[in-house]
Design a protein around this ligand. Structure first.
Ligand SMILES: [Zn+2]
Length: 265
């Protein structure tokens, strides 16, 4: 009996220690144009999530490589931006009908094997339009209800998260972009520290970075130490955790949380 109590105490202590560690999720976007670049980020220490642009030269090869290494991948879905920046020809744009959006979403999803979810590439125009995001999310849900959507939040007015939740998909939002300035290591380090602080403040934080040489250098230098002090989760692990937390709440609180999430932007 005393041995049982000892094991129980140890188990409780361990779970308390883990619960105290802030949670970080790292997503590397824009993969598909260089296999060498992708190999570098896939081999960074820790479990992260890799976002692949469909229809690019190495999209399939990278998806298979990441899968082979047990890495989580998502589809990085191109969407029209507000400032008319050059974007992939497959990008969803505001001139499309609902049927064209659905077709395009399905084509893109089929181009990248083994994905667990989707996030938007650019999209500062498209994600602001609720009636454009609705068919995107409904098509994803109808194809595979277990896909999640990460709103990259390339605009503060994005409706992507809200529309994903309304369609019944699991959804997340990006907290920090690591490398809007991707040439200056100090700027990336500053954003990296903001990411850690956010996770300490609210328990978890999602960062998006890109496979630029300076970003890779900063990540390779900082990740080993961060892996000791923080708990890293892929996006699907983060969603699992949120579901467990919601399930352990009393029923009336779960409803309240659902409502409050749906009412947010
Ligand atoms: Zn992107």
């Amino acid at each position: 009996m005393s041995r049982f109590l000892l094991i129980l105490t140890l188990a409780l202590l361990t779970s308390t220690v883990n619960a105290d560690k802030p949670i970080l999720s790292l997503v590397i976007d824009d993969l598909g144009y260089s296999f060498e670049q992708a190999k570098k980020v896939i081999n960074l220490p820790g479990q992260h999530t890799y976002a692949i642009i469909p229809g690019t030269t190495y999209s399939k090869k990278i998806a298979l490589y990441a899968h082979q290494f047990g890495r989580e991948t998502i589809l990085h879905m191109p969407m029209q931006s507000a400032i008319g920046r050059k974007i992939e020809s497959s990008a969803l744009h505001d001139g499309m009908s609902e049927a064209e959006i659905a077709d395009s979403v399905l084509t893109m999803i089929r181009q990248v094997p083994h994905i667990k979810g989707i996030n938007n590439h650019m999209g500062s125009r498209m994600t602001e339009i609720g009636y454009m995001m609705r068919p995107v999310m409904e098509t994803i849900r109808n194809l595979n209800h277990s896909f999640y959507f990460l709103d990259s939040r390339t605009t503060a007015l994005s409706k992507a998260y809200q529309q994903a939740r309304q369609a019944g998909l699991d959804a997340l939002k990006r907290d920090v972009f690591l490398d809007v300035n991707h040439v200056n290591p100090e700027a990336i380090t500053f954003q990296y520290q903001r990411w850690l602080k956010k996770s300490k403040d609210k328990g978890q934080a999602i960062a998006i970075g890109h496979p630029h040489p300076t970003t890779i250098e900063v990540l390779a230098e900082k990740l080993p130490e961060t892996l000791v002090k923080y708990e890293f989760k892929t996006l699907s692990q983060l969603i699992q955790l949120q579901q467990q937390e919601t399930a352990s709440w009393p029923k009336y609180l779960s409803h309240w949380q659902q409502d409050s999430k749906n009412s947010k932007q």
